[in-house]
Ligand binder design. Structure first.
Ligand code: HMG
Ligand code: MG
Length: 305
């Protein structure tokens, strides 16, 4: 029997994690057009925006309009990030399918990112999960800085497990483990996962790698070997967290797909459509996206007709 899974789910976080770090405002209509294109690629999950304070993330100040105006496709889950009840209010008004709550394994990053200590964050997220569930939504949790923090350096896996325990107790449906600043290596990934598997079912865990130091795909491979089958990525390698210095570049969806396609692992995502939508957003951003796969394509062959 192959050690590789037959199938993997790719969760596209480009419209949220990818764009949140972009300084120049991308027009709302272009975000909507991009998400509509992504919906035609075979992706089954798109994180479309976040309902956070617009002063903190100006790029996503148009969350309500984006969420309301996209053309939803059956079979695709449209998710949004929310930090508190105020954010949830917006997400529910816009009728997103799933909400994602987020916090960090490290105290300093948590405070810089959401202006609260870890202990102060739990009751806030607990209330979000309760209200989201009441409204019939599924809830995803994120833990940032699991593999290292830009302020505190290395993070004890027990710290991340404590946060994970609390989030699962709250009732989240899935937990995504974030290498926010792209410092993880494959050995560390497997060691962290070994500890997580002692406490949580692997089916409820997803990995969220940033490619800041070029190790994201290696970390995916290490996770696949451990039986993880859900990965977050952003098309073209867009992205980063404004409250984590150096957190550039999510794992690129196109690079991930190229590798999985080549390995015969099914995702349901079509490369040609995906590449077209990458060139669309590249043009709107006005700079070359830095993923590897895109560099191999002749742009003119992939122009949207
Ligand atoms: P705060 O200033 O502590 O908020 O910010 P507050 O509760 O004290 O309220 C202050 C004001 O903000 C009030 O307005 C609230 O109504 C308003 P006023 O009464 O002064 O007029 N407010 C809001 N407005 C809009 N939307 C809201 C909201 N909440 C309060 N949701 C807060 C706390 C959490 C809001 C702020 O820190 C924030 O928005 N942070 C977001 C940071 C962020 O989005 N970071 C990036 C995402 S995380 C990430 O990228 C990592 C990840 O990808 C995984 C990985 O890579 O590891 C997920
Ligand atoms: Mg991220």
């Amino acid at each position: 029997m192959s050690k590789w899974p037959k199938q993997v789910t790719i969760k596209e976080v480009g419209p949220r994690d990818g764009l949140q770090n972009e300084k120049a405002f991308i027009e709302t209509k272009d975000k909507i057009a991009w998400i509509n294109q992504l919906s035609q690629t075979g992706l089954t999950y798109i994180e479309i925006t976040s309902f956070v304070h617009p002063k903190w993330i100006p790029q996503l100040a148009d969350a309500a309009e984006v969420a309301a105006k996209i053309k939803k496709v059956q079979g695709v889950t449209y998710a949004a990030l929310v930090p508190n009840l105020k954010g949830l209010e917006g997400a529910l008004a816009a009728n997103v399918d799933e909400v994602s709550v987020f916090m960090s394994a490290s105290e300093t990053h948590n405070r810089k990112n959401i202006n609260k200590s870890i202990a102060e964050t739990f009751p806030v997220l607990q209330e979000v999960v309760i209200q989201a569930k009441k409204a019939g939504k599924t809830v995803r949790g994120y833990i940032s800085t699991v593999f290292g923090c830009p302020y505190e350096g290395s993070i004890d896996v027990e710290q991340a497990i404590k946060v994970a325990d609390k989030l699962f107790e709250m009732g989240i449906d899935e937990l995504s483990l974030g290498d926010t600043i792209g410092v993880a290596n494959p050995r560390q990934v497997q060691e962290v996962l070994e500890e997580f598997f002692k406490r949580f079912p692997k089916e409820k865990l997803a990995m969220h790698f940033h490619n800041t130091r070029g190790t994201a795909l290696a970390n995916v491979l290490a996770s696949l070997e451990m039986g993880i089958t859900t990965f977050d990525s952003a098309l073209g390698g867009l992205g980063g967290c404004p409250y984590a210095p150096g957190a550039s570049g999510n794992l690129a969806t196109d690079d991930l797909l190229y590798m999985l396609d080549g390995m015969g692992i099914e995702t349901g995502v079509q490369m040609e459509q995906l590449a077209k939508s990458a060139f669309f957003i590249q043009e709107k951003i006005g700079r070359k996206l830095n993923s590897h796969y895109l560099q191999t394509l002749n742009k003119s062959e992939c122009q949207l007709s």
